[in-house]
Structures are given as C-alpha cells and as structure tokens.
Design a protein around this ligand. Structure first.
Ligand SMILES: [Mg+2]
Length: 414
C-alpha cells in the first residue's frame, strides 16, 4: 500500500454551552481539523487534530510531499520522517504526526479486517468507563440555557449527567473562580453524589501553597486524584509531600523525557495519556507500559474530541492493562458529531469499543460540510481568552479570579 493523498478540513461543532476553564473559554464550539489519508488501493483513513484554520491545513499540506508513496504500515519510519525529535526543535509536529498515525492505523485495520485495538495488542475490555466532565459554563449564546456558575447549578448539572449517562466518577474543571469558592462547589457535588468518586483539575493555576491548602481540605473525600493543582514538577512534588492523595497530570508529563524524569524523582502518581499530545495511540501504549513497570497510574486524557479522536481513546483504553481510572471526555458537551450515525452513546457511564475494522468510524459527509461551513463563517476562537474579561492575562499562579456573582452572559457569535 502507498499513500497517494492527504487532506485536511477544519470544522466547528457546537457545544451545549461555552465551557470556562483556567486560561479562558471554549467559546460555544470546538474547532477541530479532520484529516483524511488516502491509499492507492482506495482506502481512506481518518485522523483528527485540535484547532484549525489555515495553519492546520498548511501543516498537513506541508508534510504531504514527505509521505506520498509511503507505506502506511511503516509507522515508526513515518514518525522519524515527519517528527524527528531533534528536527522538532525547529518544527514541532507532534500533533500532526498523531493525526497521521490515527489515519494510518485506520487504514491498516481496514486492510487487515481488524479493529485498531487488535493492532495495539488486543482488546482487554469491551467498554471504556468515562468520568462526567463538569465545567463552569456560560449560558448558551443561542437560547440562554446550560449555565453553570453557582453551587446549586453545578450540583443540578452533576446529578443530571449521572441520570442521563450513568457516570459514577465526576471531574470538576476549576481554576476559574477562587480556590475557596471552588472548594465549596467540589464539596457540594461530593455530598450530593455520595458514594461516587471525584477528581478536580484547576489546570495548574494555583500556587504550591494554594494547592496544598486545597488538597488538605479534600483528603476525606473519595478522590480519584488531584489533577495539575500547580504547574511544574517541583511544585507538584512539594504538594505531593503534604497532601495525602494521588496527583495526576496532563501538563508536565507529556513526553518520554518528562516521564523518565518523573520515574527518577517522582512528582506525579497518575499520568493522563492523550493520544494527540503524546504523538499517537502507539506512543500512549508505550508510555502506559513504562508506567506499568514503575507502578504509576494511567488514565485517558481528553483534549476536546470529536468521534474520530474519541475512537482513538476507546481503542487505547481497550488495549492497556493498567487503566484503573475512568477516562475523561468533553464529548457529552457536544451537540453533534461528524461521524456516520451521529454521536457515540454512553451506557452505564461507559462507551463500547468499536469492533468494525480500523478505528470503526466513518465520516458523515453532510455533517462535515455543515460544520466546515460553520468554521468558515465563524473562524477560530481564542481558547486562552475569556469573552467576558477582555484584557485579562491568565497568570500562573493566577491572582485575578472570575466573580461567581457576575451574572452577565457574553455575546458570542453563533
Ligand atoms: Mg487536565
């Protein structure tokens, strides 16, 4: 088999409501780039990358001459050709190579008649459990629904998600309001859903002292872990010395150099594997193997996926033995998807691992067209800006929290 074409299409898919986070906001939609790799025997493999627009399209256009005529089975050679680690000092293509790897694995699975999980070593589980991913949210710019700002709104949202999807683990994305207010919110959901498990992630915007302060006040709850309470391995290590629960990260252990450093002088207990950040599903399987050897925990990280990337997370989750935590996904905040049949469905808080050959998802061309048109109409959005706080610089540690009494809704184009 030989690669004969690579195409990239940016899309915008609407969310139920804008998602607030420590550095800014997802402005009511996810912008993703859909990648198609075509081979000389007529197969099309699918990939996906975060962000979009001219730079993403240009990135895939730029690597196309490297890969025309390349055998999609030669994935290691592809990695070094596109993202050689020292050449990457000049052109960081980790996320590009991840999307291409997804597509090549999809092609290989179709050619060999097996799901991607079988290529990765075989399915160990048929369904991957997920945590509910709770965000503070602005009201929908379309109909004003979906706001999560007060403790009462947050508890109602958590209870509703549990009822609709069956989650038994719940993650709260914080770092938006003061640690004192968010502590109150986290305790409220832990009380309302007593018996379930919880995790908190302020995206590393606290000082080490704030991280210790918060961590000590939630020690008695059923925590999976405290995720990135502070940015940097030394702050995590200091927090870990004083807080009795596992610490997790998707920010300071995201490559093999950092994983080696964390093994030698441990700062983080649980490594959240992201099929994009690590450069592909296979890199995550390799990292999971290192974590297995050194008895570190792993879970599956979500960077805001559509169905193609969700499929990569499901095949990863199916194939790694040491997945002892529920995976994360923003997915339930989306109102639609670009794949045939619409969104994946949750059952008892889990999603079935696809069993069709390859990734097991196909593009719905009408939906791709619709959401590509939406991207063309609205363009990208500044992920690291808050639409209600123009001029705010998201410092680390942050010292300017949003005000939970502020009832205003931002004007966001739809
Ligand atoms: Mg995180």
């Amino acid at each position: 088999m030989k690669i004969i074409d690579i195409r990239a299409t940016p899309v915008s898919v609407p969310l139920e409501a804008p998602l607030r986070h420590a550095n800014g906001c997802h402005w009511g939609r996810f912008v993703r780039t859909i990648v198609e790799v075509e081979t000389d025997n007529g197969l099309i493999g699918l990939g996906e990358m975060g962000g979009g627009g001219e730079s993403a399209v240009a990135a895939f256009h730029g690597v196309k001459p490297y890969l025309l005529g390349h055998d999609p089975a030669r994935l290691e050679e592809l990695r070094f050709r596109v993202a050689n680690p020292t050449a990457s000092l000049y052109n960081n293509r980790t996320q590009v190579v991840a999307a291409l790897e997804f597509a090549c694995l999809d092609i290989l699975g179709q050619a060999w008649g097996v799901p991607v999980s079988e290529i990765l070593g075989g399915r160990l589980r048929d369904r991957v459990p997920f945590a509910s991913y709770l965000f503070f949210r602005y009201p929908s710019p379309i109909d004003g629904s979906g706001e999560v700002r007060t403790c009462e709104q947050l508890v109602a949202e958590a209870v509703s998600l549990k009822e609709r999807y069956g989650f038994t683990s719940h993650k709260l994305k914080g770092g938006v309001f003061s640690p004192e207010y968010e502590l109150e919110c986290y305790r409220a959901i832990a009380q309302a859903l007593d018996g379930d498990r919880f995790r908190f992630d302020p995206n590393g915007v606290w000082s080490t002292e704030q991280a210790i302060w918060f961590g000590q006040r939630i020690e008695h709850l059923r925590n999976d872990y405290l995720e990135d309470p502070v940015f940097g391995m030394h702050g995590m290590r200091r927090t870990r010395e004083k807080v009795r629960m596992p610490l997790a990260t998707n920010t300071v252990v995201v490559n093999f150099e950092q994983l080696a450093a964390n093994v030698l002088n441990t700062a983080v207990d649980v490594v959240l594997l992201d099929t994009t950040f690590w450069g592909g599903i296979r890199a995550c399987v390799k990292a999971a193997g290192i974590c297995e050897t050194f008895q570190l925990g792993v879970a599956v990280h979500s960077s805001g996926e559509l169905g193609i990337q969700l499929a990569t997370m499901l095949h990863l989750g199916a194939a790694i033995p040491n997945l002892t935590f529920a995976a994360d996904a923003h997915y339930h905040h989306l109102v639609d998807d670009v794949i045939e049949g619409g969104k994946f469905t949750y059952c008892h808080g889990a999603i079935d691992v696809p069993t069709a050959p390859g990734l097991g998802v196909k593009l719905d061309r009408d939906r791709v067209g619709e959401y590509h048109e939406m991207f063309n109409r609205l363009g990208a959005y500044p992920y690291d800006q808050d639409p209600l706080r123009p001029g705010w610089s998201p410092l680390i540690p942050n010292q300017a929290w949003a005000d939970p009494r502020d009832e205003r809704a931002p004007r966001i184009p739809v």
